[in-house]
Design a protein. Structure first.
Length: 473
């Protein structure tokens, strides 16, 4: 990321004062009890592009991911079929309901609803989600729909995508269509999924669509997503007064690499925190950007924007997988670069630190620094070790991972956090963006040649948990 020396220093100072860049994991008290409240939401999360397939069906327009080069996907695959959920959604609904889950988080593909990103609405696309919502409700499963999980209509990217202010108005129009056409039954809406990931991987590192490596656009992409979110919330509320609205962020504790450069690394980690976490949390909850991010958005910030972004929300979705590690590097363009987790820590398939304490720390931060909003854990989970072969059906590692992260959730609740649900990522092994199909996060495996779904050990375990609300030891 390109953060100027001044921005980094300013941001780092402020964030260090706020205690955002801790060197290591904080102590997490073990939960006193293992019973979750009876109204707790238990569900799974998916996204349109990773699961639906049927990219050319029924008038869907192309998205930025449709044209992302296959040679930048680790296994050279694409999502043409994915889980074929566009056609097999009834099977997925049955898996969810049969497991005793009471909620399902999926995303709506903007290019199915408004294929050109603006203008004409595609009735067939609306019908697909209408049928899905009906199928969920018929089985007593509450739908939670995300409006944007990275599949931007290609037509909008050709006009600048999130670098362009115009996209914010187009997003609000799309939100209005969703409210008017689906809001009679769809009552729970998540506005954005992980805007930080879409910003950095899609526009700075180029490893995700739209594949840009343009750090100069960082501020515009951050600010326009925040603004789009604010305008969409206003549009939804104007269209219907009975919606429960939230947004989902990929929050990570930002930790410095230790060692001799430790002080500089702390400044780097604090600056990173302001861009990754603060640039999305602060405008929403406080109506301002933190130091490092403020400098980046200045050129696109207009009068009234911060008020438009600071909308009351009904819940904050927290996606958590791992903490980030950062170090100072005077030769890196931004002076910041990713660092590996400390030696001897437990790692996941992405070589990230498996650290339930990081989730506890994140939840405590949201509680203590952002007014203790209602929180839903909208994603958490882990991948099998990367492999082009079949999934591991006896996935005890996944059960252990989820159990430990739910202990962190419960412990945070006992500390006063207002947490109402947990959505596991994900239901069926799906298309994991640049990793293709070699990464598998599902409770259910899929035979890719037939589409046949086979539950893993974790599916039965999660089902018992969803039914009882009690976390085993
Ligand atoms: O698959 C992704 C999802 O699309 C966004 N959150 C993280 C998941 C696992 O990497």
């Amino acid at each position: 990321m390109s953060i100027t020396r001044r921005e980094l220093a300013l941001g780092a100072g402020a964030a260090a004062l706020a205690g955002c860049a801790q060197e290591g994991a904080m102590e997490m008290p073990a939960p006193r009890e293992r019973q979750f409240p009876s109204d707790f939401l238990w569900g799974v999360a998916t996204s349109s592009f990773q699961t639906e397939g049927a990219l050319d069906a029924d008038g869907r327009g192309p998205s930025i991911w449709d044209v992302f080069p296959r040679d930048r996907i680790h296994d050279g695959s694409d999502a043409t079929t994915a889980n074929d959920s566009y056609r097999r959604y009834a099977e997925d609904v049955a898996l969810i309901a049969d497991a005793g889950m009471n909620a399902y988080r999926f995303s709506i593909a903007w290019p199915r609803i408004v294929p050109s990103g603006s203008g004409a609405v595609n009735d067939a696309g609306v019908d697909y989600y209408s049928h899905l919502i009906d199928a969920l409700l018929a089985r007593g499963v509450t739908p939670y729909a995300t409006l944007f999980h990275w599949d931007l209509p290609l037509a909008l990217q050709e006009r600048g995508g999130w670098t362009s202010r115009d996209t914010t108005a187009r997003f609000a129009e799309y939100a209005d269509v969703v409210a008017r056409r689906l809001g009679d039954r769809l009552k729970h809406i998540v506005i954005l999924n992980e805007a930080a990931v879409h910003t950095v991987l899609g526009h700075v590192l180029g490893t995700h669509a739209p594949g840009l490596q343009d750090a100069d656009q960082l501020g515009a992409v951050i600010h326009h997503q925040n603004l789009a979110q604010g305008l969409a919330i206003q549009a939804l509320r104007a269209a219907r007064s009975d919606l429960t609205i939230g947004t989902t962020m990929a929050l990570m504790p930002s930790r410095p690499e230790g060692g001799v450069m430790s002080w500089l690394n702390q400044q780097a980690a604090a600056g990173f925190d302001e861009v990754w976490n603060g640039a999305f949390l602060d405008p929403l909850f406080r109506g301002s950007y933190p130091g490092a991010a403020q400098g980046m958005v200045e050129s696109v910030l207009q009068e009234g924007d911060l008020a438009a972004i600071r909308q009351p929300i009904d819940f904050l979705g927290v996606n958590y997988y791992a903490p980030s590690y950062t170090r100072f590097n005077p030769t890196a363009p931004s002076f910041i670069e990713p660092a590996p987790p400390p030696r001897d820590t437990e790692r996941d398939a992405f070589d990230r630190h498996v650290d339930p304490g990081g989730l506890h720390e994140t939840l405590a931060r949201v509680r203590d620094q952002y007014g203790n909003p209602r929180v839903l854990i909208t994603e958490n989970g882990c991948s099998d070790p990367f492999s082009d072969g079949p999934a591991e059906l006896d996935d005890q590692f996944r059960i252990d991972y989820v159990r430990r992260h739910l202990e962190a959730v419960k412990s945070a609740m006992e500390g006063g956090s207002n947490i109402g649900g947990y959505f596991h990522w994900t239901l069926v092994d799906n298309w994991e963006w640049a990793e293709g199909y070699r990464s598998k996060f599902g409770l259910v495996a899929q035979d890719r040649s037939t589409g046949v779904r086979t539950p893993k050990a974790s599916y039965a375990w999660f089902s018992a948990l969803a039914r009882s609300g009690t976390l085993d030891q």
